[in-house]
Design a protein around this ligand. Sequence first.
Ligand SMILES: [Ca+2]
Ligand SMILES: [Ca+2]
Ligand SMILES: [Ca+2]
Length: 290
Amino acid sequence: MSVNTVYTLKVRSLLFFVFMIVVSISIPSYAMDVSLSWNNSYGATGYKVYYETLSSAPGSPYTGTGAIQGNSPVDAKNNNQCVLSGLSYGSYRFAVTAYNTYGESDYSDEVVLSADMKTAALPFSEDFESGTLAACWEVHSTGAGRIRVSPSDDLISGKYHLTMDSPYDRTYSLNELILTIDLNGRSGVILQFQHKEYRDENHVMPASFTGSSNSDGVAISADGTTWYKIKGLTSTDGITSGGSTFQVDLDAAVAAASISYNRTFKIKFQQYDNYSIAIDGFAFDNIYID
Ligand SMILES: [Ca+2]
Ligand SMILES: [Ca+2]
Ligand SMILES: [Ca+2]
């Protein structure tokens, strides 16, 4: 997904600049990268990029946090572009100032951009052959955890599959891949997926947990907080290095958990271990829900 918008921004200030800002969003996985650029302004020695979520109280100061490049403002130095990466999905407002030895300009007019999670629908099919993660997927990792849509000569199927591992060996890491799907009012729903393991040690998932659990398996949640195991992914659950296909009756799983399908139902695939593939790790492919 990519959005490109051109804004002409007037900077009302001691520096009297007019910015042309181009903003684009890319969504590499669970987070968005926002690219901002503007024309150079005569007399400026640098620029600062301000940001915050749209739900923050409007007006200055801009109190955004969470970008890998730092909290608001991010000093773009004397560049006329800046990338803010790793921002959570949502709506943000951005503004730029110019500065020189005499001071900093007022804020430019604001630019507002949104990137929201997409909700998947039935019938759902994911073979990862796009080579990237669709916006219905969200990923979280702890420690050195790594989740990739990766090409491999050791594939389950096709040119790409999804892998989970920990590239900095000896670092125990949890990898979570979460699908949000509209299952409101549905019945007879079956989840099928292919899985392959790389000598991953067994970390047994509890029957239910809140938030996250350092374990190997698949879980469901109606509220995104309380999770119920629907499939363990340890050696006693039938996982193999050659690849296995698993099916789960989601109607039965939902009934057992005493929860209900809704419009933002979540399914989480996860792996926990401390080495990179092929000493540890999982691969997933061909995830079907229907
Ligand atoms: Ca594939
Ligand atoms: Ca494990
Ligand atoms: Ca291990």
